[in-house]
Design a protein around this ligand. Structure first.
Ligand code: HPA
Length: 284
C-alpha cells in the first residue's frame, strides 16, 4: 500500500538541515527547462537529489535534480531544480515526497511551474498562464497522492480543493506582470499521466471538459502542498500548441520544442517570480 513514511521524510529533512543554515519559507518547483531561475539564488547551498535519503531523482534529459537553498527576491527559498514525474514509474507518494520534506523544513508557500500544451485558442507557445484551477484526471479515478492511510499530523483526511490556487497570490502575480508589462494569461491546467502525448480526440475531450492547458505534472505536488496547509501558486509556460492544431513535422520534435520554448521564456518568468517573491517578502 502506498503511504507517507514519516520517518523517511524526517530523515531527508534532517539531512537537508545538516547541510544548510537556511530556513526556507517558500518552496519553488521548476519544470522542464526552467532551471535558469536557480542561478538567481544568492549564496546557495546545493544538494543533489541522489544524495538526500529517500529523495526521488529523475531519469529524463533536461530535468537536472538539485535542491537549492538560499535567498531569492529577499526571501529564503527551497528550490527544486527538476522534478520527477509519475510517468517515469515513481508512485505519487514518491513524486510528492519533496513537498513533504519542504513541509518538514517549514515551507508555507509553494510556487510550482511547468511546461504545458496550450488547448485554449489564445494560448500560444511562449505564453505564461497562471493556473487558477486544475483537472486531476489520474486523481478522479482514484490515483491521488493522498491515497492510503492518512497521517493526521501532516494534514486532514479530506482536504478542501475549492481554492487550491491562492487567490491572493494570483492577484499579486497579475500585479507584478502588469508592472513589467508582461502578458499573463490565466486558466485551468489538466494533468494527464503521460508520457505519450494526447491524441486529437483526447485534446477535444480535454477542451470540452474545461481544460485550457495540459501537462504531466504539478497537480500531485499541489494536492500534497494543500494537504500540508501551504498556499500555492502555479504557473504554466505554454511550450507548444496541442496536437489537433499542429502538423506532423512539429509532432516529431515536440519534446525538443518544449525545452526550446522554455529556454526563450525563462528570462521573463524569472523577472516575474523574483518580483513576486519581493512582494511576498514585503507583505510578510
Ligand atoms: N501535452 C502534455 N504535456 C505537455 C505538453 C503537451 O502538449 N507540452 C508540455 N507538456
Amino acid at each position: 500500500m502506498e503511504h507517507v513514511a514519516r520517518d523517511d521524510i524526517l530523515q531527508a529533512a534532517d539531512f537537508v538541515r545538516a547541510h544548510t543554515t537556511y530556513k526556507p519559507t517558500v518552496g519553488l518547483v521548476l519544470g522542464s527547462g526552467l532551471s535558469l531561475l536557480a542561478q538567481r539564488v544568492s549564496q546557495p547551498d546545493q544538494l543533489l537529489y541522489q544524495d538526500i535519503p529517500h529523495f526521488p531523482h529523475s531519469t529524463v534529459v533536461g530535468h537536472t535534480g538539485r535542491l537549492i537553498l538560499g535567498e531569492l527576491g529577499g526571501v529564503t527559498v527551497c528550490l527544486m531544480q527538476g522534478r520527477v514525474h509519475y510517468y517515469e514509474g515513481y508512485s505519487l507518494a514518491q513524486v510528492t515526497f519533496p513537498i513533504r520534506v519542504m513541509q518538514a523544513l517549514g515551507v508555507n508557500t509553494l510556487i510550482v511551474t511547468n511546461a504545458a500544451g496550450g488547448i485554449r485558442q489564445d494560448l500560444q507557445a511562449g505564453d505564461l498562464m497562471a493556473i487558477n484551477d486544475h483537472l486531476n484526471l489520474p486523481g478522479l479515478s482514484g490515483n491521488n497522492p493522498l491515497r492510503g492511510a492518512n497521517d493526521d499530523d501532516l494534514g486532514e483526511r479530506f482536504p478542501d480543493m475549492s481554492r487550491a490556487y491562492d487567490p491572493q497570490l494570483l492577484q499579486m502575480l497579475h500585479a507584478e506582470a502588469e508592472q513589467h508589462g508582461i502578458p499573463l494569461k490565466e486558466g485551468v491546467y489538466a494533468m494527464v499521466g503521460g508520457p505519450s502525448f494526447e491524441t486529437p480526440a483526447e485534446i477535444r475531450f480535454l477542451r470540452l471538459i474545461g481544460a485550457d492547458a495540459v501537462g504531466m505534472s504539478t497537480v500531485p505536488e499541489v494536492i500534497v502542498a494543500r494537504h500540508a496547509g501551504m498556499r500555492v501558486l502555479g504557473i504554466s509556460l505554454i511550450s507548444n500548441p496541442t496536437i489537433d492544431s499542429i502538423n506532423a513535422e512539429q509532432i516529431q520534435t515536440l519534446h525538443e520544442a518544449v525545452l526550446e520554448t522554455a529556454q526563450r521564456a525563462v528570462p521573463v518568468l524569472t523577472i516575474l517570480i523574483e518580483g513576486l517573491l519581493q512582494r511576498l517578502g514585503r507583505s510578510q
